[in-house]
Design a protein around this ligand. Structure first.
Ligand code: ADP
Ligand code: MG
Length: 238
């Protein structure tokens, strides 16, 4: 059994079925992407895994345990979004420490962990600055550190780099992949950007209108598209 198993997940909003029986499996320490055009159900799939949407049917297993009936907080899943959702009146340090503070962990341990995270995302120098004084790329690194510090079993990232300019986006793709491999963190990364998916993932899941059109390595996706939708969608990137 894989570390995360998504089995035949169906999600509808009223009459509209947005996920039409999605199954996928992610191994521990893998970074997989969900790639597809706007409106195909990527965010809905991530939100359902996180527990923010409720499936009409299907199962979710994480680390061998069924989680589909668990509350969001009991799933040990972290999330990073396109908008950083940081606390604007707090410093970089305070934002990163927040998740540990609410858990009532000893101050010295918090200090050590935050410094480790600051080093990991290369923000040690900015730790005393208010997050509102940071650039977009720096703020997204704070969001990443804040999600990682609570050591989730799984980290879900919903188009985290889409709001950033191309140069910073590319730098952060490389940085994120490096951090993910260093920590052996299991991640699902959502993007509508073919190039981004190709660059960072172990495996790409192409989603088309609520169904998986193909799951393969970036290389296979490029050389052996399984159907016309995939060929055309990936072809846009050439
Ligand atoms: P993506 O992230 O791939 O752009 P979404 O998962 O956000 O796609 O949306 C998939 C479809 O589901 C869209 O047609 C969207 O309008 C619809 N949808 C998403 N969330 C809701 C909701 N809470 N209520 C009704 N429709 C929704
Ligand atoms: Mg989305």
């Amino acid at each position: 059994m894989a570390y995360l198993e998504v089995e035949n997940l169906r999600v509808a909003f009223g009459q509209k079925e947005v996920l039409k029986g999605v199954s996928l499996a992610v191994e521990k320490g893998e970074l997989v992407t969900l790639l597809g055009p706007s409106g195909c159900g990527k965010s809905t799939l991530l939100r359902t895994i996180a527990g923010l949407e409720h499936p009409n049917s299907g199962k979710l297993l994480l680390d061998g345990q069924e989680i589909q009936d668990r509350a969001v907080k009991e799933r040990q899943i972290g999330m990073v979004f396109q908008s950083y959702a940081l606390f604007p009146n707090m410093t970089t340090y305070e934002n990163i420490a927040f998740g540990l503070r609410v858990k009532k962990i000893a101050k010295k341990e918090i200090e050590e962990k935050v410094q480790q995270m600051l080093a990991l995302v290369e923000l040690t120098e900015c730790q005393h600055q208010l997050v509102t004084s940071l650039s977009g790329g720096q703020q997204q690194r704070v969001a990443l550190a804040r999600a990682l510090i609570i050591e989730p079993k799984l980290l879900l990232l919903d188009e985290p780099l889409s709001a950033l300019d191309a140069r910073i986006r590319k730098q952060l793709q490389i940085k994120l992949r490096q951090i993910q491999q260093e920590l052996g963190m299991t991640m699902i990364f959502v993007t509508h950007d073919q190039e981004e998916a190709m660059r960072i993932s172990d495996r790409v899941h192409v989603l088309s209108a609520g169904e998986l059109a193909q799951v393969s390595t970036p290389y296979e996706l490029y050389t052996q598209p399984h159907n016309q939708f995939v060929a055309e969608f990936i072809g846009d990137y050439n």
